[in-house]
Ligand binder design. Structure first.
Ligand SMILES: C[S@@+](CC[C@H](N)C(=O)[O-])C[C@H]1O[C@@H](n2cnc3c(N)ncnc32)[C@H](O)[C@@H]1O
Length: 294
């Protein structure tokens, strides 16, 4: 008998946010991203923005799937050093995430002075449908959010079209040698929603097909997922949900499905061992696209 499809994390933003936050806290994700923000972002993006803005003109920034804003606010702080006036349009569908981002902005106070926020509680596809003001942007970022777009190739081209000539588009996704990529591709049929299990290779191939130039930087990252070994651990199971991107996987999968996923997830394809610890391979790539000035 065919197995029933399991409920994708895609359908449950509340569970998604809980699982993502646990993963992010374990992965020191924000630290790795923050390091990238501190070291690479000024050299690879800020320095290369060619715009000379006059008088009251603002740098227009668009964030896609900005979450609770840790990475975006860091990038804004760096941009403010060159462009003291910024409008930042935030496209984020999860209410909780947006509430947290707004609280972060409040707490940063002076640091983000000069940024005017324009909040859109929407998915990228809803934004695409609804935004009719023709706004173009000097800098656009999508940090680990392109997996959730309906059509990744067309969404990338949509974002590229929204750039001002000379503007930059930053797409951060898992790399093709990450554990996520291998895990998701190994079990493509378990979910009831066809997620776009993309890696940076898909981003690059969209750009290559159109001869759009880009640069890429690779980041090595490991996440300690030893908790997943304990089937009775609430956090361990929540972590498994995030890794396989299925809601309450332990409770809803058959024993055979659960065993198969866990074996593969803990194997050398997706993880490494360090003593008693299991480290998930979480490598990611930052792809930077510059829109040609024609
Ligand atoms: C992995 S989190 C990344 C958050 C943040 N950019 C970061 O790196 O910390 C993915 C984010 O994308 C958002 N998201 C989910 N579906 C989306 C969609 N269709 N369009 C835009 N954002 C989406 C989620 O709510 C979540 O905040």
């Amino acid at each position: 008998m065919a197995e029933l499809k399991l409920r994708s994390l895609f359908h449950d933003p509340e569970h998604y946010v809980k699982a993502f936050q646990l993963y992010a806290s374990l992965s020191a994700k924000f630290r790795v991203l923050a390091n990238w923000g501190d070291n690479n972002f000024p050299k690879e993006v800020v320095e290369h923005l060619p715009f000379k803005l006059k008088g009251n003109e603002e740098l227009r920034v668009l964030g896609i799937g900005s979450g609770s804003g840790e990475m975006d606010s860091k990038m804004l702080s760096m941009l403010l050093q060159k462009y003291p006036r910024i409008t930042n349009r935030v496209v984020e569908p999860a209410v909780d995430q947006m509430v947290q981002y707004k609280a972060l902005v409040q707490s940063k106070g002076h640091e983000l002075q000069g940024v005017n926020f324009d909040w859109r509680q929407q998915t990228l596809d809803q934004y695409r449908e609804a935004a009719r003001d023709g706004a173009k942007f000097h800098f656009i970022n999508a940090v680990h959010s392109m997996y959730y777009a309906e059509d990744v190739d067309s969404s990338l081209m949509y974002l590229y079209d929204l750039l001002e000539p000379g503007g930059k588009l930053l797409i951060i996704t898992i790399s093709d040698d990450s554990g996520f990529w291998r895990l998701w591709n190994h079990f493509p049929g378990y979910q009831d929603h066809l997620m776009h299990f993309i890696s940076s290779a898909d981003v690059r191939s969209s750009l290559d097909r159109r001869n759009i130039p880009y640069t890429q930087s690779h980041q090595k990252s490991r996440v300690e997922i030893t908790k997943c070994l304990d089937e009775t651990s609430k956090d361990g199971n929540l972590l498994v949900d995030f890794l396989i991107h299925i809601v309450k996987f332990k409770e809803t999968a058959s024993d055979a499905q659960y065993k198969e996923v866990m074996e593969y997830m803990l194997s050398g394809e997706c993880s490494e061992k360090d003593g008693d610890e299991v480290l998930f391979i979480n490598d990611w790539d930052a792809v930077m696209v510059e829109k040609r000035v024609t």
